[in-house]
Ligand binder design. Structure first.
Ligand code: GAR
Length: 204
């Protein structure tokens, strides 16, 4: 594991409120790491604008810019190597990380999911769809999960979870807001723990 400050690449597709919460935790020295690259599939999304304002290089990269999956994977991997990235932090990134990249960064890719995995995960389960499904199932609680990423959507080892109640009269929007507030607290805590354990040499 690195003896330097961990170098993080954040992956985003949207608002980036989790990225902002993590960035704040780093600025406040809760997490001993630095964001050195922001990768986004959507130019000018909130997350990439925030990164630019804070002097973090932004790379817009989408699979359809490349002739095939292999060259897309290789370009992403080469950008990560070039920036000396130690960990990939997914924060509302709505694309699958290529297998080649997963393999190169095994156990060093972290994601946050807006439900209590393994419930309400898998392909197509993201954003508001998750909250709609939780309400349709009649569950009385939901929450957020921070987990490692492997080749299958939302299957990697769970690092930390936090639950929130589902309240009578909830809409997908009100539930999403409650879960998101929980994510902003959970993600920094989970990343602090993971990086702390890895640095101490007993995490995996
Ligand atoms: C968050 O709720 C995150 O858990 C979810 O997208 C939102 C991004 O918000 N991610 C997924 O659904 C991934 N399966 P943000 O851009 O404001 O952090």
């Amino acid at each position: 594991m690195p003896d330097h400050k961990s170098r993080l690449a954040v992956f985003c597709s949207g608002t980036g409120s989790n990225f902002k919460a993590l960035h704040r935790a780093i600025t406040e020295k809760q997490i001993d790491a630095e964001f050195v690259l922001c990768i986004s599939n959507r130019s000018q999304c909130g997350a990439s604008v925030y990164a630019q304002i804070h002097g973090i290089p932004v790379l817009h990269i989408r699979e359809n810019q490349f002739p095939d999956h292999e060259s897309f994977s290789a370009a992403m991997l080469s950008a990560l190597k070039e920036h000396g990235i130690d960990y990939l932090i997914l924060a509302g990134y709505l694309r699958k990380i290529p297998d080649l990249v997963v393999d190169a960064y095994r156990d060093r890719i972290v994601n946050i999911h807006p439900a209590l995995l393994p419930k309400f995960g898998g392909e197509g389960m993201y954003g508001m769809r998750v909250h709609t499904a939780v309400l349709a199932a009649g569950d009385t609680e939901s929450g957020a999960t921070v987990h490692l990423v492997d080749e299958v959507y939302d299957r990697g080892r769970i690092l930390m979870q936090q639950s929130v109640p589902v309240l009578p009269g909830d809409t997908p929007e009100t539930l999403a807001a409650r879960v998101l507030a929980c994510e902003h607290e959970l993600y920094p805590r989970a990343l602090e723990k993971l990086l702390g354990e890895r640095k101490a040499g007993y995490g995996r």
